[in-house]
Design a protein. Structure first.
Lengths: 421, 170
């Protein structure tokens, strides 16, 4: 019997011919990523020796620029660490900075067929590039940095086969909300995305979906490679890699067809993201205080484009804050050149620098008691974005932007009514 | 055999609930005080060291924050859940917190029940209703880390990281 993409990459990294669900794969790790959060005094452990500094990437992302002395101290510690070990791939506050999962995508550090670890849970975003990437927590990442090795419990794989094309105004976020609403959590399972409809999903859409795989509690979330993705990687990296397709006779836990053309905009209700999606109409009219578009999931240029299209020539409703945060400073500059930043700012949006910021309740958009937010980011958990009494709805950037204009949860359909499919 | 009184939680308990973002940068003691503050305020004062948690599906979904460390620090003896998020499981291994998947546990146990855990036989027994359930076995090497203080002592012993307290001044 053949292997799925995740099984093939893990088998190769483990140096074995074959690996099956239930086994533990002991692997050589290709890339280790650390972020500013890891260098907080409450967390960091002083590393004495490192396997290979060329395999390490350090990105300041959660609290950038520093919002208080503790995060500033973490940034200082990260700079000293990078200096001490001669780490070249360091993304400090400034031109090359961004959210770590976005930086590894922007710079093609997440290479097809390789294994990447990062403490942070949204690391599986690297799967958009056919990379077996996984959040593993700080102790495991320190182990990988120092020894070069890690382990993975090999899970069964669920394959999603895409067909067709999304309707105008329907986004990757709605695809995720559909899968999360229908199938719930994928604990101990890998998710594999492929099929003919893949050609109709931009790389940015795939990045959003791979990141959101974390919220399915999936192990690895991996897309099949195709030429547009491989061209993107080749244009940004000279490193060797091995794009990995599943074997034709791979064994799956389940195969599920997704008709992209049938997907409708959805909203996840507050506090939980699995089996919690409803059509926009069901919550239309709910008052909001804040609308947020950002994070590693929705800070892409596609998200800027769709938000700008919705708010162009209009104004954010009085009493509502629309906050837009790019995934990286590189995306910020692209959004500036494309005119999206001007359009958003003219409508009354606050466009911030790249950081995890409001998504993690860190800074630049923290919610107060009893406030209501609609967000296109990674999580709607209780207390996630600030006070535990705040309520967080999750939706696509189109729905979030339309809601910001209306001052209440609203459908974005009217802004795309004239678009050709 | 490990015996513990159980506290019951539902499905999809996420790590933000166990370790809120507001205390992420704070010392471990402050983080421990915040466990379940949003969804079950006051629980931290009701539970006693050695008590255990029984929960539904997808326990520990979400962020990589060291929620397992907080559960260990407040003295939770072990966790039984229908299923456990992979990252939470790994952090439980690495921070030395006993986290076990046990299909059926969320219906076999009620709050206040006493669970008897037998890790030689991989079973758990409910002394109130007499039910016994099978646990999903954990490979020896991972169980050794879980029950032996986690990964950091191993990395210290190997000379890879400095002992705690030996972080250089910032």
């Amino acid at each position: 019997m053949g292997m799925t993409i995740a099984e093939k990459i893990l088998a190769r990294a483990a140096g074995v011919a074959r690996i099956v669900p239930g086994e533990i794969a002991d692997v050589e790790v290709d890339t280790c990523v650390l972020t500013d959060m890891n260098f907080l005094p409450a967390s960091w452990r002083h590393i004495l020796k490192m396997r290979d500094p060329a395999k390490v990437v350090v990105v300041l992302d959660h609290l950038v620029p520093a919002n208080e002395p503790l995060s500033a101290a973490a940034h200082t510690a990260a700079r000293a660490f990078v200096e001490r070990f001669g780490i070249k791939r360091f993304h400090d506050v400034g031109r090359e900075q961004g959210i770590s999962h976005v930086v590894v995508a922007d710079n093609a550090y997440a290479l097809p067929g390789t294994v990447m670890v990062n403490p942070d849970s949204h690391t599986c975003g690297g799967g958009a590039f056919n990379c077996a990437a996984r959040g593993v927590g700080l102790p495991e990442t320190i182990c990988a940095v120092t020894t070069g090795r890690s382990w993975f419990k090999v899970g069964e794989t669920v394959r999603y086969e895409f067909d067709g094309k999304l309707k105008p105004g329907v986004t990757a976020k709605d695809v995720f909300l559909t899968i999360a609403g229908t199938h719930g959590a994928h604990v101990n399972q890998n998710v594999e995305f492929g099929g003919p409809g893949l050609a109709n999903l931009s790389l940015n859409a795939r990045r959003t979906m791979a990141i959101m795989g974390t919220e399915l509690s999936a192990e690895f979330v991996i897309f099949e490679p195709d030429e547009p993705m491989l061209d993107y990687v080749r244009a940004r990296s000279t490193q060797p890699f091995e794009a990995t397709l599943p074997d034709p006779d791979a064994t799956y836990k389940d195969r599920r067809r997704v008709d992209l053309g049938a997907i409708e905009p959805l909203v996840a209700l507050p506090d939980s993201i699995v089996q919690n999606s409803v059509p926009v109409a069901q919550v239309e009219g709910e008052h909001i205080d804040q609308a947020f578009i950002g994070s590693c999931a929705n800070g892409t240029l596609d998200d800027f484009a769709i938000a700008a299209k919705v708010v162009a020539g209009r104004r954010v409703a009085p009493g509502v804050r629309l906050i837009v945060t790019p995934g990286s400073q590189a995306i910020w500059r692209e959004a500036l050149k494309a005119g999206y930043v001007a359009t958003l700012a003219e409508a009354g949006a606050v466009v911030t620098n790249a950081t995890c910021g409001a998504c993690v309740g860190g800074h630049m958009g923290v919610l107060g008691p009893n406030e209501v937010c609609i967000t296109a980011s990674t999580r709607n958990f209780k207390g996630r974005m600030g006070d535990p009494s705040a309520r967080i709805y999750m939706a696509s950037p189109a729905t979030v932007a339309a809601s910001a204009l209306a001052g209440k949860i609203a459908s974005a359909a009217e802004f795309f009514a004239g678009d050709l499919q | 055999m490990i015996t513990a009184r159980l506290w019951k939680f539902g499905n999809d308990i996420n790590t933000d609930l166990m370790l809120p973002g507001s205390v992420m940068a704070k010392p471990e003691a402050d983080q421990a005080r915040a466990v379940f503050a949003a969804n079950r305020p006051g629980w931290i004062d009701e539970m006693k060291r050695g008590d255990a948690i029984v929960a539904g599906r997808n326990f520990g979904m979400g962020s990589n924050r060291p929620a397992s460390r907080s559960l260990r620090n407040i003295g939770v003896g072990f966790l039984l859940a229908e299923s456990i998020n992979g990252l939470f499981f790994r952090n439980s291994v690495n921070f030395g917190f006993l986290a076990l998947e046990c299909p059926g546990c969320s219906t076999a146990f009620e709050e206040g029940d006493t669970a008897q855990l037998d890790l030689d036989r991989w079973t758990v027994h409910n002394s109130r209703n007499g039910m016994s359930l099978k646990l999903q076995p954990i490979p020896d090497r991972l169980l050794t880390l879980m029950r032996g203080g986690g990964l950091y002592p191993v990395l210290e012993a190997g000379g890879y990281i400095a002992p705690r307290g030996n972080n250089p001044p910032l």
